[in-house]
Design a protein around this ligand. Structure first.
Ligand code: AMP
Ligand code: MN
Ligand code: MN
Ligand code: MN
Length: 284
């Protein structure tokens, strides 16, 4: 089945509206989609309505930012009820701390001579409640400070660079708890992206994730090479985790993998969508 269970709309740091993301996924051949905006489920209703109109399988989703020691990791929630009060309240709290962080980032960038960055970044955040580094990066590209988003991250926004601000995100227990409480499955997003963690640390993280009730891992992710995909396929087998697959699409000009265009999962893995086959009425 052509499932894409990780993508973003302008409700967080994607470029397209939720309905546009759904239409693009459909045009690209997707059969099952989850919209997983950062720390926000405000786009799920619009995406669900458009998917229903097009006859595309759809589940509600979210990508929760998590602090683990001094690492930041992302946990995707799939099949969540976007109206669950505890989930919505938890995410609202995470977003409110994003606003404070944005002010700190702008102040730090001012120290290296970049002025007016908060106002600039805000212009790129269509949801004023969900401002993040991608919006800062787009503003800095538009104002000629760097040639593309990746080089803004490399020079200004990554850990150790002038605009990076250490931040306290949700705890692992909160993220998994909110997702499960809203009827969802918790999945570790793009595990190959946590470069600072040793294999031992990452293994410890997965054990804690499973102990909290986490059930899945993204084996196929937009950012994964084939070797990385195989590494996390074997982790899924070893730890008995459901396997997920997602593009992490943000926009036509910013993403390596288009929405609905992910590589297949190794066939022996249990796909996370086996959970919803009943709801999807026979789609496999
Ligand atoms: P935040 O949650 O505000 O820290 O922003 C994280 C987001 O920034 C990610 O979801 C990506 O959209 C973007 N991002 C992070 N690192 C990079 C990078 N090296 N190049 C381009 N975009 C990045
Ligand atoms: Mn993003
Ligand atoms: Mn992520
Ligand atoms: Mn993402």
């Amino acid at each position: 089945m052509n499932a894409d269970l990780h993508c973003h709309s302008a409700v967080s740091d994607g470029w397209l509206t939720p309905a546009e993301v759904v239409r693009r996924a459909r045009a690209n051949g997707a059969e099952l989609l989850a919209l997983t905006d950062h720390d926000e489920v405000g786009g799920v209703a619009e995406a669900a309505a458009e998917a229903a109109a097009l006859g595309l399988g759809f589940v509600g989703g979210v990508e929760v930012s998590v602090s683990w020691g001094d690492e930041t990791l992302h946990v995707v929630g799939l099949g969540v009820d976007a109206e669950n009060p505890a989930l919505c309240a938890g995410l609202a709290q995470v977003r409110s701390r994003r606003l404070a962080r944005a002010g700190q980032m702008a102040a730090a960038l001012e120290q290296v001579g970049l002025r007016g960055v908060l106002e600039g970044a805000r212009r790129f955040a269509r949801n004023p409640d969900m401002i993040g580094r991608a919006h800062f990066a787009r503003h800095l590209v538009a104002s000629g400070v760097a040639r593309d988003v990746h080089s803004v991250f490399d020079h200004y926004l990554s850990r150790g660079k002038p605009g990076f601000v250490a931040h306290q995100w949700a705890t692992l227990a909160e993220a998994v708890g909110w997702i499960r409480g809203a009827g969802g499955v918790a999945v570790v997003a793009h595990p190959a992206r946590y470069h600072r963690m040793s294999a031992t640390e990452l293994d410890k993280f997965f054990n804690a994730f499973i102990a909290e009730g986490g059930e899945g891992v993204e084996v196929v992710a937009g950012a994964h090479t084939t070797d990385e995909m195989l590494r996390f396929a074997s982790l899924a087998r070893r730890k008995g985790l459901l396997a997920s697959r997602g593009s992490d699409f943000h926009g036509p000009d910013e993403s390596v993998v288009d929405v609905g265009r992910c590589n297949p999962l190794p066939p022996d893995l249990a796909p996370v969508w086996s959970r919803w086959n009943k709801l999807l009425m026979g789609v496999e």
